[in-house]
Design a protein around this ligand. Structure first.
Ligand code: FE
Length: 230
């Protein structure tokens, strides 16, 4: 092998090495809860099912899309908006989340208790699952990647204000921060405060303002136009 070829190969290996270690760092930052082994197995199963004609890959994409964009978090947003416009519904929602959410036609799995936590001028609720990634799927859809990450899961408990500030949510010292640890049986939905200046809006317009992050508790709902953060 001539020198230039060896240099080229060494260079290529170095570049590949850097790229690989970069990927590992990225994976540790953001994807720690999704081992590549699991991802590969899922992908293999999908390929096999499609190849055997058992499932249609377009149908699978539609299913994923439904969970990502349709089932959630719009269902949760409708629950929140209803609570904002209907005080009696809000009462029922806070008293028995599972039953009140079922009134709107949404439900969790059997045996899962859905509890709704109200944010106010003095209390801010934040939801986490320290053990794994328990989430209120039925009304929020798929959990965001950061929700499943080890840094969020540990820091939400140790330093909730720090985590909140990274999401752009800086709370006054007099606001009490309550952190709720989800389990397989107990899931939480944050009922955010309605933003100022939205009193005349319709339920539908209000629902459009409610974000997934606000229902996890890492963000507040911002008024129309002035809020640009997504
Ligand atoms: Fe979990």
């Amino acid at each position: 092998m001539d020198t230039s070829r060896r240099d080229f190969l060494t260079g290529a290996a170095t570049v590949a090495g850097i790229a690989a270690s970069g990927d590992v760092a990225h994976a540790e930052d953001h994807h720690q809860e999704l081992p590549s082994d699991v991802a590969l197995r899922v992908k293999s199963l999908e390929s096999l099912l499609v190849e055997k004609g058992i499932v249609d890959s377009a149908a699978l994409d539609a299913l994923v899309d439904a969970y990502e964009h349709k089932i959630g978090p719009r269902n949760g947003a409708r629950v929140v908006a209803r609570a904002w416009v209907d005080p009696a519904y809000k009462q029922r929602l806070l008293a028995n989340g599972t039953a009140a959410i079922a009134e709107l036609g949404y439900g969790g799995s059997n045996g899962v208790d859905l509890r709704v936590l109200e944010n106010s001028a003095t209390v801010h609720n934040l939801v986490v699952c320290t053990l794994c990634s328990c989430y209120i799927w039925a009304i929020l859809g798929l959990p965001p990647v950061w929700y499943k990450s080890a840094p969020y899961r540990s820091r939400a408990i140790i330093d909730p204000r720090g985590v909140l500030s990274e999401f752009g949510t800086v709370l006054p010292e007099n606001v009490e921060v309550r952190v709720w640890d989800s389990t397989a049986e107990q899931r939480y939905l944050v009922l955010p405060e309605p933003p100022a200046g939205t009193e005349g809006l319709s339920e539908e317009a209000l629902a459009a303002l409610v974000t997934r992050d606000a229902m996890i508790g890492v963000a507040k709902v911002t008024p129309p136009q002035t809020g640009g953060r997504g």
